[in-house]
Design a protein around this ligand. Structure first.
Ligand code: HEC
Ligand code: HEC
Length: 413
């Protein structure tokens, strides 16, 4: 056994969860809140057809909630205002952080991640042992999984409560305020039909219904995990890559060059699930400080990811400071701000940063290298390929990688 406590071992081995797990979570959710199971620790198993129809109806309610600006103190901020379906459910604009709050003027502190393929993220674990793919379950992959850039919540339903109540985002004063808005909405009847006629009498249960429905919506495969990119068609033998895209893929996969696939998995897993372009692992890349984020006007403020300040349970774990979750690269070409702090606004810059961070640091850090980390954490920053003092990716390689990343956008015909 190679258990290097706290050390981050770099041979990450692919995602764990699959569609079966997704369905299971779906059905387990039904058992918890629906009236059919109320009063029973375990209701009778619903027939599969009934369960699917119920799940679809809940997902449909979740869609209405997701697009409803009335669920905010301003009356103007829906989930979709920050998570735009036209951009893979990431931000609709190139702002590094989105304004929110009661007056829509309070800036956030992090860039908006896309929400696609989120249903596959495993729960957070500090020591992740992979065993599905290569039969080698003895290597500690280090911190893995969870939602948000720092993995501080596991389930989408718990995650949904954060923006609803965050004073910088939808800014509802309480769960009851959310429930009151839902009760007045055109779809309040759907909530009663799906969760029972008396659901609004118990605001805690009604709020749980709201967040559950938002979770179900985000698990809808047709919208959130269609696997319909050019690259998926290529993997199925239904499309071919251009020469440049093919070169980009080769560079992406080559451990001695891009080495991208080490963290952004590009091959189907052992159980045949298409690749998710992330291993859900945590790495410090040392991306430059984004001075456009108002919180960064305070020189003492640092967003350190796993070790805080938004996440609390790993505060003081110095070896994790500066680490953020590797995002999926599916639909990355639809984004307009990259990395946890949105510091880059073009995909080419986001990729060129890997090529030149260590060989041309002056270009990326006018104020000194790793300027978004207190000095004592600089040693946490990854020196994996393609980083290091020898430049392995040329300008042409960067262009090829970008061309390849553009094949990961869903909706290819
Ligand atoms: C004001 C903009 C804003 C609004 C409104 C908003 N979000 Fe987000 N969302 C963010 C930001 C920023 C993050 C990253 C937060 C972090 O890492 O701490 C995020 C993260 C997430 C994540 C985690 C994604 C991942 O990569 O793990 C999910 C899921 C999510 N939001 C769903 C929702 C839902 C559902 C709603 C509506 C109830 C919503 N968001 C409303 C800005 C927003
Ligand atoms: C050692 C693991 C690792 C390797 C190797 C790696 N990445 Fe990443 N990648 C990450 C992490 C972690 C982040 C998020 C870091 C952050 O926001 O601070 C990230 C973020 C990105 C982003 C921004 C995505 C977004 O939604 O904002 C792009 C683009 C990207 N990587 C492309 C690549 C390419 C291309 C390569 C190969 C040249 C590569 N990565 C190699 C771990 C890795």
């Amino acid at each position: 056994m190679n258990i290097a406590a706290g050390a981050v071992v770099n041979s990450r081995n692919g995602a764990k969860t699959g569609r079966m797990k997704q369905l299971w979570v779906f059905l387990a959710g039904l058992m918890v809140v629906t009236p059919a199971a109320a009063g029973l620790p375990w209701g009778p198993d619903p027939s599969v057809t009934t369960a699917y129809a119920q799940a679809r109806a809940i997902a449909d309610l979740g869609r209405k909630l997701f697009f409803d600006p009335a669920l905010s103190a301003s009356g103007r901020m829906s989930c979709a205002r920050c998570h735009d379906p036209a951009h893979g459910f990431s931000a609709p604009n190139a702002l590094p952080v989105q304004p929110g709050g009661p007056d829509l003027r309070r800036p956030g502190v992090r860039a908006v991640p896309g929400l696609m393929y989120g249903a596959f993220v495993p729960g957070f674990s500090e020591h992740f042992f992979e065993s599905d793919d290569d039969g080698n379950g003895s290597i500690d992959q280090g911190p893995t999984g969870g939602r948000d850039w720092d993995g501080r919540v596991d389930r989408a339903r718990d995650q949904a409560a954060l923006p609803l109540l965050d004073p910088n985002e939808m800014a509802n004063v309480s769960p009851d305020a959310v429930v009151a808005a839902v009760k007045k909405a055109a779809y309040a009847g759907d909530v009663r039909r799906l969760y029972g006629p008396g659901v609004f009498a118990d605001p805690a249960r009604a709020f749980a219904a709201v967040t559950e429905a938002l979770e179900f919506y985000q698990q809808s495969p047709a919208t959130f995990s269609p696997f319909s990119s050019k690259y998926d068609a290529f993997l199925r033998g239904q499309a071919s890559l251009t020469e440049q895209e093919g070169r980009g893929l080769a560079t992406f996969n080559d451990p001695a060059r891009g080495n991208c696939a080490q963290c952004h998995k590009s091959a189907a897993s052992g159980n045949g699930q298409p690749p998710l372009f992330t291993d859900f692992g945590y790495v410090a890349l040392g991306v430059p400080r984004n001075r456009e984020i108002p919180a960064n006007g305070d020189p003492a403020y640092f967003d350190l990811g796993l070790c805080g300040p938004l996440r609390h349970d790993l505060a003081g774990e110095a070896q994790y400071c500066g680490m953020f979750k590797a995002p999926t690269l599916r639909n990355v070409a639809l984004k307009q701000s990259f990395y946890h702090n949105g510091v880059f606004h073009s995909l080419r810059d986001a990729v060129a940063f890997y090529a030149e961070r260590d060989t041309d640091p002056g270009k990326w850090y006018p104020a000194g290298k790793f300027d978004d980390l207190p000095r004592e954490y600089a040693e946490n920053v990854s020196m994996e390929m393609p980083f290091g003092s020898k430049q392995v990716l040329s300008d042409a390689d960067v262009d090829d990688l970008v061309a390849f990343l553009r094949t990961l956008t869903d909706g290819y015909r």
